[in-house]
Ligand binder design. Structure first.
Ligand SMILES: Nc1ncnc2c1ncn2[C@@H]1O[C@H](COP(=O)(O)OP(=O)(O)OP(=O)(O)O)[C@@H](O)[C@H]1O
Ligand SMILES: [Mg+2]
Length: 222
């Protein structure tokens, strides 16, 4: 593994029952790189992202993330590892409806030793950076889709992750709102050097990445 490689998947396969959804995929992401993963619906993008981010275990193959071989890790170890090193952004936002915007953002900090004041300040700072300072006390149900995704991005960044995994982050948004969210992600990459692996099936979104990985029927084709 090269020093600058932050993520390396080797010969990854994933089988559900009799269906091989990811087939012998190897790929590497370098620190600071923005990689997009494209392909038709059902080709295995979300599954591959889950393998690479430690959400699911591969049937075969190996994942090294942030210099740690996570393939053999227990579920508890993986949960801790994800909390400390990885940020996630999902198509469906995955906010907790009974918590305010800032409480959603601060949630990943709760297992960490920190005062309530420190947690709150950090969540408020990130929401301000996402231009959400005026919606800090709102519940997710009172936010628009674009606002929900800004909250979700702030939550993904709360632990200063080394890498952010995004699965169709604009998939539930209209095109104008989607462009605004992409602009935020591009800026995080360009100005803060954030490493990002983003799944999309929109070619025009994929094009803004440093590199595009194409999948078809569970395999990487380019
Ligand atoms: N937990 C599971 N159990 C069984 N089959 C699954 C499971 N998860 C995914 N699959 C199957 O694996 C295939 C790939 O699914 P995946 O969600 O990775 O595709 P995708 O490329 O992300 O598609 P989309 O663009 O629609 O999100 C699909 O045929 C799906 O039905
Ligand atoms: Mg998917």
């Amino acid at each position: 593994m090269n020093n600058a490689d932050i993520l390396m998947g080797t010969n990854l396969s994933k089988r559900f029952d009799n269906l091989e959804v990811v087939k012998d995929v190897s790929l590497t992401v370098k620190e600071g790189e923005f990689v997009s993963l494209v392909g038709k619906s059902g080709c295995g993008k979300t599954t591959l992202l889950s393998l690479l981010s430690g959400l699911e275990k591969p049937t075969k193959g190996k994942v090294i993330l942030n210099n740690k071989d996570i393939t053999g890790a227990s579920e508890d170890e993986l949960a801790l590892f994800r909390r400390d090193h990885v940020g996630f952004i999902f198509q469906s936002f995955n906010l907790i409806p009974t918590l305010s915007a800032w409480e959603n953002v601060a949630l990943p900090l709760f297992p960490i030793k920190m005062t309530g004041e420190q947690r709150s300040r950090r969540a408020h700072d990130l929401l301000n950076q996402m231009e959400m300072g005026h919606r800090i006390e709102h519940l997710p149900g009172a936010l628009s889709g674009g606002e929900k995704q800004r909250v979700a991005i702030a939550r993904a960044l709360i632990n200063n992750p080394k890498i952010v995994f995004a699965d169709e982050p604009t998939g539930n948004l209209d095109s104008v709102t989607g462009e605004a969210i992409m602009a935020i992600l591009n800026e995080l990459h360009k100005k803060k050097g954030m490493t990002m692996l983003m799944v999309t099936h929109a070619e025009e979104l994929a094009a803004s990445a440093d590199r595009v990985i194409r999948m078809k029927d569970g395999e990487v084709i380019a």
